[in-house]
Design a protein around this ligand. Structure first.
Ligand code: UD1
Length: 417
């Protein structure tokens, strides 16, 4: 397995560009199943998770091509309705084919996603939404088997704000007969960009940007071309890297309006920010100030930046508290950060971070996608050499992260196994 060797304490400066958003592309790839014919997605990075979704769409009978940032998906020929265990176990977002398959073919069999390194992750809200739309659901032999002669508009109340369940329900409701009303829908930018794609395909979804959505079912959707939004989590990771540095760094090709809460926290930590239309320049503080963070559904602080922000706080002058209300167990990386001589203590599900003046390089292991990014940031500011093993997690969600960070002065080498 590949490893990163990171020489720490380097001077960072210059600019770093953000790629298209993995979590916005995964659902629109699944949405392409709804419109027979060839859809084209632009600004698509080269990521393992996107390859896994492409593989799944091919298994269902679609044709998928990828060339330098452009992905075309032809779903005219889909004929299978099963998402097999070996793909769903690699990537939970495979559950996104459930809604489109039900809507297009009237039946779907999707392997039941298991837990993962960030804790138990149920799919009950996805299933309840499909049932509300008229599907019958059986869990058999580790598979979700869902079928419906026809889907019918319904009222769907989400007990919890869920990005995945909102998007899956939308993809089923757009072809249902009649009107669907959704309440407590998720408002993440990835939900909005899926709504944009579906509406471009001919769907009639109103309420974008709010927790109440109304969907007038239509009979058919047609293929489209769309440019994918920038990845707010990659952008946030680079902004935090910049905050850990000693000189200004500009993060380009991003959308600052998707990062409002992070920008507020970076300012509170002492950073100076120059925010332009699609770029943000961070001037790091001389002393990092402690800032508490509570992760919440959008527009709250994203759980996917929790670990990276904790790295920043591990070097603050004082104590800060970090709590994750979305995935309360998402702190496995803390033990690894403490190997780098951070001083973080878990009190139930809250990280109590006592800032230290310097981290110290060591061997550590990545255990999930965002935790890996956090360890890379920590290695970049630590004294000496940090070796991160199991970095395949990072390739799931960051396109050439070492090349990009080396472009602003980091020294990260990929050692191939
Ligand atoms: C998506 C993102 C992930 C991010 C998360 C929260 C993708 C591919 N992944 O994951 O990176 O960390 O949003 O912003 O876009 N829940 C239930 N029942 C369900 C579904 C969810 O109880 O059926 C709970 C989850 O356990 C969690 C909360 O709802 O506590 C939010 O999860 P959700 O928004 O669904 O996350 P994902 O869509 O899986």
């Amino acid at each position: 397995m590949d490893r990163f060797i990171i020489e720490g304490n380097r001077h960072l400066s210059g600019s770093i560009a953000v790629s298209g958003a993995k979590n916005a592309i995964l659902p629109v790839m699944a949405a392409c199943l709804l419109a027979p014919g060839k859809s084209v997605l632009r600004n698509v990075p080269n990521l393992i998770d996107l390859k896994t979704m492409a593989h799944l769409l091919r298994v269902l009978g679609a044709h998928v091509d990828y060339d330098r940032g452009m992905m075309s998906i032809d779903s005219a020929t889909i004929c299978y309705n099963e998402a097999p265990y070996e793909l769903v176990s690699q990537m939970r977002a495979s559950i996104y084919v459930l809604g489109p398959l039900l809507a297009r073919l009237g039946e779907a069999r999707v392997s039941f996603p298991g837990g993962c390194a960030i804790g138990t992750r149920p799919v009950d809200l996805h299933l309840k939404a499909m049932e509300a739309l008229g599907a019958t659901i059986n869990i058999e032999h580790g598979y979700i088997h869902a079928w419906a002669e026809k889907l019918t508009g319904a009222e769907i109340y989400f007990a919890k704000s869920s990005v995945g369940a909102t998007i899956n329900a939308l993809m089923a409701a757009v072809l249902a007969e009649g009107t669907t009303h959704m309440f407590n829908a998720a408002m993440e930018p990835e939900v909005d960009s899926t709504i944009d794609m579906l509406n471009k395909m001919g769907a009639r979804i109103a309420g974008k940007g709010s927790t109440s959505l109304t969907i007038e079912g239509v009979e058919n959707l047609f293929p489209v071309e769309m440019r994918m939004i920038p990845d707010r989590i990659e952008a946030g990771t680079f902004l935090i890297a910049a905050a850990l540095g000693t000189a200004p760094v500009t993060v380009t090709d991003c959308l600052p309006e998707h990062l409002a809460i992070l920008l507020e926290k970076l300012r509170a930590a002492g950073c100076q920010l120059d925010v332009q239309d699609t770029a943000i320049t961070v001037t790091p503080p001389r002393k990092i100030l402690p800032v508490d963070v509570l992760t919440l559904p959008y527009p709250g602080f994203p759980t996917d930046l929790q670990a990276q922000f904790t790295v920043l706080m591990s070097l603050a002058e004082g104590v800060s508290f970090v709590e994750d209300t979305i995935f309360p167990d998402r702190f496995l990386y803390v033990a690894e950060l403490n190997r780098l001589q951070a001083n973080i203590r878990m009190e139930r599900n809250v990280a109590c971070v006592k800032g230290v003046s310097q981290l110290s390089g060591a061997e550590v292991m990545a255990n999930d996608l965002r935790a890996s990014a956090a360890l890379v940031l920590a290695g970049m500011v630590a004294e000496g050499t940090t070796v991160i093993s199991r970095i395949y997690h990072i390739d799931r969600g960051y396109d050439r992260i070492e090349e990009k960070l080396n472009g602003i002065g980091a020294r990260i080498t990929r050692e191939r196994a």
